[in-house]
Design a protein around this ligand. Structure first.
Ligand code: ATP
Length: 385
């Protein structure tokens, strides 16, 4: 379906005397027989000309000449042929010169398998032997690999992403260049690195990709995630959320969250909560107090990691059943409030908080029912001076 709709876009462009091709990941995936929903199209029409032909299109990256057409739930990115020059900081293209040439556009792409174009008649334009590399299951940089990774070090992680997605091998010269260029990853913003790492972790062949990353020296740049990566590559093939992944990494590396990863306050809180859960649960077993303190989501994340770390000790399901059996899941579930206590136990708010925590403990350890009178009586009897 998305392909048929995409063809109508190509048709409109060519009928108006523009060149237009499917390009990039879509062509790669189509030749491999995979379905892709995001379709990239390249053309010699300028963004203004694209806008005239597709009035509903939106400039989603006009600086780079990209217009996006939305049809049904699909998005089609139409980009004017371009060649990027003057790389300055290993990441951002300097001048972007519109080129009326498909070859220039394809040549600036990262890997041969990502640099094929396909026209309306399904003819494949393959200037860099991408089809052969698809057949041989190789990820090969276009041109001088070291130069290409120096231009844009993020391509290093993109190479691992395609290993994780396709189960391909790194071509020898590309692999050597990655090893040499790896330190340049240190200059790429960590937010971008996080996005790539997240994608890598979601693909089926993530263990293979992670192992390669570690072997080729990612630890020289990000030593704090290596114990976590090692664990995921060799011990447990877990599918983790971002917070779970970084909690695992920083817990195993026994380090605070390094500032350079630029987590938001909410993210930091989540990561630290999971780490705290791991530390508490490792000291004893998982009991209701840990689950009550950390609540369900954090406890489930912590349990998932513990089951991976120590499968003989921890089993999945305990957190869920403890949580379900808790009569009090938060203080406000108590049949007793701070005001009820103030009457009998005068004191400051901190003291009241402690009485309430005690009441939670009494009910959750099932010694007392969650009823106001019963709780007050018990507290008066046992604790009033
Ligand atoms: P997937 O759909 O599996 O994520 P993709 O190949 O579509 O793969 P995108 O990140 O959407 O990945 O990139 C689209 C295309 O743009 C790539 O196929 C490649 O041709 C080109 N490209 C993307 N990023 C770069 C880059 N950093 N350097 C060179 N070319 C790139």
């Amino acid at each position: 379906m998305p392909y048929e709709l995409g063809k109508t876009i190509l048709k409109t462009l060519t009928e108006n005397n523009f060149q237009a091709f499917f390009v990039g990941g879509f062509v790669r995936d189509r030749l491999l027989g995979f379905k892709t929903e995001d379709i990239d199209i390249c053309t010699d029409a300028t963004p203004e000309e694209v806008k005239k032909l597709f009035p509903s299109s939106l400039a989603t990256g006009e600086k780079y000449g990209t217009m996006t057409v939305f049809i049904d739930q699909y998005r089609y990115e139409i980009t004017t042929f371009r060649a990027e020059r003057n790389y300055q900081d290993n990441r951002h293209p300097g001048n972007i010169v519109f080129e009326t040439e498909l070859a220039g556009d394809l040549g600036r792409r990262d890997f041969t398998i990502n640099a094929m174009a396909m026209g309306l008649a399904e003819e494949v334009i393959d200037l860099f032997s991408g089809r052969q590399d698809l057949k041989q299951r190789l990820i090969r940089a276009i041109g001088d690999p070291l130069q290409r990774f120096k231009e844009d070090a993020l391509r290093i992680l993109r190479a691992f992403r395609f290993v994780a997605k396709l189960d391909f091998e790194l071509e020898a010269a590309t692999k050597d260049a990655i090893e040499l260029a790896m330190p340049l990853l240190g200059r790429v913003a960590n937010e971008r690195i996080r996005v790539e790492l997240t994608q890598i972790r979601q693909y089926p062949f993530r263990q293979k990709a992670i192992r390669l990353m570690v072997d080729l020296g990612i630890g020289n740049v990000f030593p704090e995630i290596v114990p976590g990566l090692d664990f995921l590559a060799n011990k447990a093939n877990l599918s983790l959320t971002e917070s779970e992944f970084y909690a695992l990494c920083f817990y195993l590396a026994n380090t605070d969250i390094p500032d350079k990863w630029r987590f938001s306050r909410v993210e930091k809180r989540q990561i630290n909560a999971i780490i705290a859960f791991l530390k508490q649960a490792q000291e004893g077993s998982i009991d209701w107090e840990i689950v009550y303190q950390h609540k369900l989501a954090t406890s489930l994340s912590g349990e998932k990691l513990l089951v991976g770390l120590k499968p003989t000790i921890y089993k999945r399901g305990r957190v869920q059943s403890l949580w379900q059996s808790l009569p009090i899941k938060k203080v406000s579930d108590l049949a007793l409030g701070g005001n009820d206590l103030k009457e009998y136990f005068p004191g400051n708010d901190k003291a009241i908080g402690e009485w309430l925590a005690l009441a939670v403990k009494l009910v959750n350890s099932t010694r007392i029912p969650n009823e106001k009178i019963a709780l007050l009586d018990y507290l008066k009897q046992h604790f009033r001076k």
